[in-house]
Design a binder for this molecule. Structure first.
Ligand code: PLP
Length: 404
């Protein structure tokens, strides 16, 4: 008898580590050097973790080999509460904070605890695809609202309103956004919160890039506009502190909770069932959030990440038929290939061709639930010289791909 996969996986997609990566690994086994621009993993590009973070993990390793509290170390959760106090999210208590093995685990728990079959969640298009996958796997339906490329990729509030039905339970905000690099201004965030308020929706705000901001833009937590709504905010150490492999993140439940005791009980039960998050990495949270923030040196003008963003954006937009909204945050660029110049029908095929011809790995736009095959995402983590080389070769590849 065939062992088939669960039907719950039908429609679940995670192309960032999908079939194109398998082909990249096959090419590497054949001895080719593949430039992997498919994930936002800082370590392989020479980004070091802050030394004080590593020291704190090592110093505490001797007392970190037992299971810990399901919600996480009290000192770490207190530091998370204090962090949000400084960002105008009031009324939080340590009990409102759940630590997890990265934001990824917490996203899945937050959806599993909420959804019944057929419940709908508004998710951005394009999105970080774990959100759509987590909704589907929990029995829900992800309904995509459009982010508008012609308006700096900000969410289209009219499209959000138009997609609300009597099954809509929640709205997901990813800010700063992956894959677009958009950072939303306060009016957009308060507009989304107002829609949630009118329609009694829960707000889920993924803010894992909240410190990776360029050009002096500011980040405001969505929850700071929503003291009267149930709001769940996600963040962690993977990006701003360059320790993605330690798997350390948190989720904070804020706002009005009196009507949500059942949901919160569900979250706590799921946290109990997975016993606890990786304990050594929890010891890094308080140190990370307090004091000097070394990411600031990387993102300010002239900083390594800011310069790399500049190089990628400039060179991409010099390719004929390619446009790209300037990323104001996060670690990616999401360029558009003009369909009149590049008549692409299958963007996975296109990124496979790029991989085989140039040994450069990027992710197709449809992998981010973008509805048309006219975008791709690359990370801006490589050094300037490597990025310049990669984008030049992408341009050469595209010139062969263009309509003649
Ligand atoms: N959310 C977004 C928007 C991301 O881009 C990522 C990783 O790329 C994650 C969540 C997952 O983060 P973590 O390493 O904390 O699981």
């Amino acid at each position: 008898m065939q062992v088939t996969q669960s039907s719950k996986l039908a429609g679940v997609l995670y192309d960032i580590r999908g079939p194109v990566l398998d082909e990249a690994m096959r090419l590497e086994e054949e001895g080719h050097r593949v430039l992997k621009l498919h994930t936002g993993n800082p370590a392989p590009f020479g980004f070091e973790a802050p030394p004080e973070v590593l020291q704190d993990i090592m110093r505490n390793l001797g007392q970190a080999h037992g299971y810990g509290d399901s919600k996480g170390l009290l000192s770490a959760r207190r530091a998370v509460v204090q962090y949000y106090q400084t960002k105008n999210v009031a009324g939080l208590d340590v009990d409102d904070v759940y630590l997890g093995n990265g934001v990824s685990e917490l996203i899945q728990m937050s959806m599993q605890a909420l959804l019944d079959d057929g419940d709908e969640v508004l998710v951005p298009a394009p999105d970080y695809p774990l959100w759509t996958a987590a909704v589907s796997l929990s029995g829900g339906t992800a309904v995509h609202y459009l982010c508008d490329e012609s308006s700096d990729w900000y969410p289209d509030l009219a499209d959000i309103e138009a997609k609300i039905t009597d099954r809509t339970r929640a709205i997901v905000v990813i800010n700063p956004n992956n894959p677009t690099g958009a950072v939303y201004p306060d009016e957009v965030l308060s507009g989304i919160v107002e829609i949630a308020r009118r329609n009694q929706l829960i707000v889920y705000s993924d803010e894992i890039y909240d410190k990776i901001l360029y050009d002096g833009v500011r980040h405001t937590p969505t929850a700071s506009f929503a003291p009267d709504l149930l709001c769940v905010t996600f963040n962690g150490l993977s990006k701003s502190y360059r320790v993605a492999g330690f798997r350390s993140g948190w989720m904070v439940v804020s706002g009005t909770k009196s009507h949500a005791a059942g949901y919160i009980e569900g979250l706590t039960m799921l946290a109990n069932m997975r016993l606890c998050a990786n304990v050594p990495a929890q010891h890094a949270i308080a140190t990370s959030l307090g004091g000097h923030q070394s990411i600031e040196e990387l993102v300010r003008p002239g900083g390594r990440l800011a310069e790399q963003r500049d190089v990628a954006h400039r060179l991409l937009t010099e390719i004929p038929g390619v446009t790209c909204v300037r990323p104001r945050g996060a670690l990616y660029a999401f360029p558009r290939l003009d369909p009149k110049v590049y008549p692409i029908e299958d963007d996975q095929r296109m990124v496979l061709d790029l991989l085989r011809q140039e040994h450069i790995l990027v992710v197709q736009g449809t992998g981010f639930n973008w509805p048309r095959p006219d975008h791709f995402r690359l990370t801006t983590l490589p050094r300037k010289e490597d990025l310049a080389d990669a984008v030049t070769r992408i341009g050469e590849f595209l010139s062969r791909y263009a309509k003649v």
